[in-house]
Design a protein around this ligand. Structure first.
Ligand code: GLU
Length: 288
């Protein structure tokens, strides 16, 4: 059997918190049990929100926690050309179309559709426009005249390619089981923008395949995203890894942790002289 490959893939858009510690520790623990490798990937495609000091803190936090990973570390910002090439391929295959509405126009269209207009699992309204129906000539004319646009997944075209049940193997918080993916809940998601050449969804599935990742261990907040990841893997002809979505760590009020709250960021806890062993116990991973 090939060696299992795990990865921890944080975004340096804030300081890591207890939930990230749980993810990193669970990756390390599952890799140890499976005799696997652990990779670190810096998901820094969003140049407006990612900052070098957050990335530096990731390395320090992981060292403090005792997380070991292979070098070199893959930084997504160094691979924009690869994501762009994948986007272009999907455009030429008819799985992506350009949409020209601004954010304000989308908001107007959504409010015109009434309060029952469906939302994706992250709470954003599904794309309400009709850019998919524009002719190739019209699209080209608009792009050539410099109109700004986003690149959206043509969900219908992608689903038409799937000729077997779209599923994933899930082992998080319970027995291993097969989960039916429901990509239709996401609508025609954005896969590329002018300022960020690939969305998280696209860069993530491309890199997981390129790095030979076989096991994806991450928080339950990304459980629903797996539906769209599975669909992208199919249209891109990429293998399907196994998934393990672990529980989230919530604050005292039952809310998701924030990368800005000093009571839960790893950097602040380190500063308060909390020991790594205490922290492992706090997130329920007392074994080193
Ligand atoms: N970069 C994502 C985050 O920090 C995680 C991506 C993943 O594990 O698939 O939320």
């Amino acid at each position: 059997m090939p060696t299992p490959v795990f990865r921890f893939a944080p975004s340096p858009n804030g300081y890591l918190h207890l939930g990230h510690a749980l993810s990193a520790l669970r990756n390390q623990e599952m890799a140890r049990v499976a005799g696997g490798r652990v990779l670190l990937r810096i998901e820094d495609i969003d140049r407006t929100r990612c900052r070098p000091e957050y990335e530096a803190a990731i390395y320090e936090d992981l060292e403090w926690l005792g997380i070991e990973y292979e070098r070199p570390v893959r930084r997504q910002s160094e691979h924009f050309g690869e994501y762009r090439a994948a986007l272009e391929k999907l455009v030429s295959e008819g799985f992506i179309y350009p949409a020209f509405e601004s954010r304000a126009e989308i908001a107007r269209l959504v409010s015109a559709r009434g309060p029952d207009w469906p939302r994706d699992p992250d709470g954003a309204p599904l794309y309400p426009g009709n850019a998919r129906d524009r002719s190739a000539a019209e699209r080209e004319r608009k792009i050539e005249s410099g109109e700004s646009h986003t690149l959206r997944l043509d969900l219908q075209a992608a689903l038409a390619l799937i000729n077997k049940p779209l599923v994933w193997i899930e082992s998080g918080e319970g027995e291993e089981r097969e989960i039916a993916a429901r990509p239709e809940r996401w609508g025609d998601v954005i896969l590329g923008r002018k300022e960020t050449p690939a969305s998280y969804h696209l860069a993530c599935v491309l890199d997981d395949a390129l790095q030979g990742v076989t096991h994806i261990v991450r928080g339950l907040d990304l459980y629903e995203a797996t539906s769209i990841h599975r669909l992208l893997q199919e249209i891109l002809g990429l293998p399907a890894p196994a998934y393990h979505h672990h529980r989230l760590i919530l604050d005292a009020d039952g809310r998701k942790l924030s990368k800005r709250d000093p009571s839960t960021t790893l950097r602040d806890l380190r500063g308060q002289r909390v020991s790594a062993a205490d922290l492992r116990r706090k997130v329920g991973h007392s074994s080193p």
